[in-house]
Design a protein around this ligand. Structure first.
Ligand code: URA
Length: 219
């Protein structure tokens, strides 16, 4: 798998990352969602450089302008609910993309730190020969993104797979590197060292879904 860690280069991405991490700033939900969306736009822009283009002629009021335009048929798939702001950012880049949504959540077994990933709702177009962009803001263990990818298999074989994430833990990235084929790409804003016993990324940001949309009752 090709791993593109975008914060390795200095850019304004680091400002948005620092704000979603900062315990004082991240509590402002609207700003948190906006920052995740802006990170999605930057990751989408970086990814767009690796896609397929064809020369087109555009008629202006005063002549013709030749320009290379994207030819891939894109499908953006996000994991509910934390994936919604990241999805919006990607869609701001790729506004003609088709969209898929899937709900995957961690079900903690009673009196245990271990959990399984439950996939429930799934709405997806045909994926055959399309470019699949699979977005999961927090790539912790890598189980959610893998379960999602498995659940999408009946919808067709994509031409290319691009995983998009805001923050990942090194062990989750090591895990998915073995699960996805060597041609797949991961576009990620930052890679953190480790996970805690509850599967949260350290230092990470906390719970991305709660920060974006508020807390929830435990199932
Ligand atoms: N999901 C989150 O929201 N945060 C983490 O750190 C890991 C998974």
């Amino acid at each position: 798998m090709h791993i593109h860690n975008i914060s390795e280069q200095n850019s304004v991405l680091n400002t948005f990352l620092s704000e979603i991490r900062d315990i004082r700033i991240q509590k402002d939900r609207m700003r948190f969602r906006k920052n995740i969306e802006r990170i999605g736009e930057i990751l989408g822009y970086e990814m767009s450089k690796s896609l397929c283009y064809q020369k087109k002629s555009i008629k202006t009021p005063l002549g013709n302008s030749s320009i290379n335009l994207l030819t891939d048929d894109l499908v953006i798939c996000s994991i509910l609910r934390a994936g919604v702001p990241l999805h919006n950012g990607l869609l701001n880049c790729f506004d003609k993309a088709e969209n898929a949504f899937i709900s995957a959540y961690r079900h903690h077994k009673t009196n245990s730190e271990s959990f399984e990933i439950i996939v429930e709702y799934l709405a997806c177009p045909d994926l055959e020969n399309k470019t699949l962009i699979l977005a999961d803001p927090m790539l912790a263990t890598g189980q959610s993104i893998l379960s999602t990818f498995e659940a999408l298999k009946p919808y067709g074989i994509p031409k290319e797979v691009h995983l998009v994430s805001v923050i990942g833990a090194q062990e989750g990235i090591n895990f998915i590197s073995k699960q996805f084929n060597s041609e797949a790409h991961l576009w990620i804003a930052a890679i953190d060292k480790t996970l805690n016993n509850n599967g949260y990324i350290i230092p990470g940001i906390g719970d991305a879904g709660d920060l974006a949309f508020g807390g929830k009752l435990q199932q």
